[in-house]
Design a protein around this ligand. Sequence first.
Ligand code: HEM
Length: 501
Amino acid sequence: MAPTGLIIASLVGAWFMYQIGYMIYNVYFHPLRKFPGPKLRAASQLIPFYHMLRGNMDIEMRKLHAQYGEVVRHKPDGVSFITAQAFKDVYGQYGSNSVPKDHHLYQNQDGEAADIVTAINDEDHSRLRRALAHAFSEKALREQEGYIKEYIDLLIEKLKGFAASGKAADLVAWYNFTTFDLIGDLAFGKSFGCLANNQYHSFVGFIFDSLPAFPWMVVMREYPVIQMMLPFIMPKSAKEGSNNVNKYSNSTLDARLQRGVNQERRDFFWYVLRGKDEKTKVSDEELKHTAKTLIFAGSETTATLLSGVTYWLCRTPDAMKKVTEEVRAAFQAEDEINVINATNRLPYLLACIDEGFRMYPPVPGGLPRRTKKGKTTMIDRWEVPGDTNVSVHQTAAYWSPLNFNRADEYHPERFQPGWDAPDSPWKDDNKAVINPFSLGPRNCVGKNLAYAEMRLVLARMLWNFDMELLPESKGWVYGQKAYGLWHKPTMNVKLSLRKRG
Ligand code: HEM
């Protein structure tokens, strides 16, 4: 063999030996060796990465928890939990006890300004969170209600067209149109016009099309060699799509920043720019970056919950009947439906939403945190060594019979008064584990806005329409892939204008 060939063969051989040694170490000597889980997953990242790239990671995680119970070592450096106490310990801690976001996942691209979700260090995060606070206050929400209504009016008007023609409406798309238009208006100062044009704006379309690429970014961070090759292997269409999206958001946000507070519409920027002061010290670049994050964080998630609740109501005729009757009895006329009335008069609708969060949480997996290096962290009753990736897996926790009776069935009654009566089937349900907006200092800043949107959209839908899932969508929820967020297929629904009694 030529010397070069010999050198390459030796290097490859050494690499294999190293990998085998590394796997043996991971299984038998690693500080996480005592946690239950499959040996192959403990040995190497390859299996978790494989499932992640195929969109099956969450399906597999649910299987692992079903097999191993409340805690599972699902990768060499990662442990997943499904208990309520673990949720508090992983996400709900402040200050020196907090478990930081895992920098393997939460990262800015080189040279990019921090944004509220990816900011790992507490100072950057709390600066950005303070800057956003006024835009998410109760006062702001009251002012935003009018904008929410504008988009729901348009949604209902468009859907009446479907009811009149008898054509199937893909409610996943229509809910997305509504929530993206609204958040576009509030975060970019300009709606995407999806409802008006009956289609996704290219910015929104690109976000959805690139969802399956998200796990590739995670894998690339572990294998920088692949990352280096990215510019050469990335399809031209993806490069162009990404450039167009950046151009659109930069020009829209520049225009919005220029208008400053000199506009009547009180969108997020109006509040942020008015409250911007020496203490917040947020740069325009950080604001622009955070605005893009708001679009993603605030739209798809809300539309997902709306889709999930609609699906489960259509599949559960008793609940659909009860909630429809509640909505139609609570108001004399449609224009009485506002946030305050919907909050006070529609308790069963709220139970339907909360059970929707359990059955179809918009963030289906575990949000990764990493224990501090050199420090053992108590998570529930488990001692977790430093530098471990930890998370609570939402769907594995919410669909587990360890936490819920008849866990795979939709029962809003779990959230109704009397749920804890001695003869109630739901009395042992472990509802404290349900935290779809997460907990603690990094929880969702848009929770109240999301609840307002969800209540109003669903109340208006039930006020106006009878809904029936078409046969092709009866199994909509089963086997769905997820790439951090659900990859939601079309959900075809037949809408009929309600018959006035
Ligand atoms: C049903 C709807 C929603 C769900 C289930 C949801 C869920 C979440 C979750 C789980 C987090 C924590 C993320 C993490 O730890 O990495 C989060 C953070 C966040 N969400 Fe939401 N969200 C929803 C709606 C919204 C809305 C309407 C907005 C605003 C327009 C919003 C803006 C944000 C922001 C800015 C953060 C980052 C907060 C921080 O790091 O301080 N979300 N959301």
